[in-house]
Design a protein around this ligand. Structure first.
Ligand SMILES: Cc1ncc(COP(=O)(O)O)c(C=O)c1O
Length: 354
């Protein structure tokens, strides 16, 4: 058309996971939490009156900042509310990257990073993880303005130790953004690094651990000076009034949160061992999804056969991932439906014989 900037013209848009309209499906393709959000959050939603909708929201979402600060033992000026974690990624790319300021990250990882790099017209330095998904040593020496480590990583579910990320923050000259969208399902998190380093930004999402993917709410934790800089780039009202209230109630309901996480983790353990019993190779996961491959079954084909049964998992046609399926951990019933379908598919292919 010629109207767009050259890199936008050439850009390939991020492809979100398929969102089937039919409610009667087993949806294990976009890592949503299978259990409902906090009843306290639902109460806030139900009590939302017209005044709340008529007026603009608090531009900073201070009610949520306060609650998140208390949870993490920080002050509200360490917190920025975002329209989902993706909003923070967008802001970070605009804040730190351009034609002469590259981004670096280990791969495979969240497929939104290269899309944002492309839009920002910055070089993306992609450094492969080793076979064990250890942090690549070369990541410390890229000279990138922004280094991103997704931890736990998507789509592998692997977790890098906090001390290793502390060393990385210390070694690099730019900003280290640790994408902790899935950290609620892990055994450790990096919030303490926000106090120790002035170049660390932690991304948190309310979509996974809090079952709130539909309201689009996430937040950044960072040194107050970094937060002040990031605030300059956000939309004036980047989080809406309803979302601020609902997310605040959800993050304060620790009891519901803990029970929800424990249920997902228990199902994660069960699903992992059941898939292994079917002959799948499954990586140990610190997240709410599993990455699985089968020596004798073509992943794209299994993906299609599952979809034909209204069971959706995620398949990435990328060189390092094309033999694998990413499966979100569902409810016991959803996981059982998936396992029964996989058994049937493997039988049909004469991979399973009993
Ligand atoms: C690794 C990673 N980071 C960030 C996000 C953003 O999550 P949200 O925008 O729903 O908070 C996602 C969503 O799937 C993700 O997988």
């Amino acid at each position: 058309m010629g109207y767009f900037r050259e890199n936008i013209d050439k850009a390939i848009a991020y492809e979100p996971g398929f969102q089937p309209k039919d409610a009667d499906v087993v949806k294990l393709n976009t890592n949503e939490n299978p259990y409902p959000p906090s009843p306290r959050a639902m109460e806030v939603l139900e009590k939302t009156g017209p005044e709340k909708l008529r007026r603009y929201p608090d531009p900073l979402g201070n009610q949520f900042r306060q609650a998140a600060a208390e949870l993490h033992g920080l002050s509200p000026d360490h917190v920025m509310c975002c329209n989902g974690g993706d909003d923070l990624l967008n802001i970070a790319f605009r804040a730190f990257c351009d034609e002469s300021r590259p981004v670096a990250y280990p791969v495979p990882t969240y497929s939104l990073y290269p899309v944002l790099a492309n839009l920002q017209n910055c070089t993306a330095i992609e450094i492969p993880f080793d076979g064990e998904f250890n942090l690549p040593a070369r990541l410390a020496a890229t000279g990138a303005a922004l280094t991103i480590v997704c931890n736990p990583n998507a789509p592998t579910g692997s977790l890098v130790k906090v001390d290793e990320l502390a060393c990385l923050a210390d070694e690099i000259s730019g900003v280290l953004l640790i994408d902790e969208a899935y950290v609620d399902f892990a055994e450790s998190d990096c919030t303490r690094l926000v106090r120790d380093f002035d170049n660390v930004i932690i991304l948190r999402s309310m979509s996974k651990g809090y079952s709130l993917a539909g309201i689009r709410f996430g937040y950044a934790l960072a040194n107050p000076e970094l937060i002040a800089g990031l605030l300059k780039l956000k939309d004036s009202y980047n989080v809406d009034a309803v979302a601020i209230g609902v997310a605040t109630a959800a993050i304060m309901d620790r009891d519901h949160f803990r029970k929800n996480i424990e249920k997902v983790k228990a199902e994660r353990t069960r699903l992992t061992s059941q898939l292994r019993n079917l002959g799948f190779k499954v990586l140990d996961s610190s997240s709410n999804f599993l990455l699985a491959s089968h020596k004798h079954a073509n992943a794209a084909d299994v993906h299609q056969k599952l979809a034909a049964r209204n069971i959706y998992v995620r398949y990435f046609a990328l060189p390092t991932l094309r033999d694998k399926l990413r499966i979100s951990v569902g409810t016991t019933q959803q996981n059982d439906t998936l396992l029964a379908a996989l058994k049937e598919i493997l039988h049909q292919k004469e991979i399973l014989h009993q």
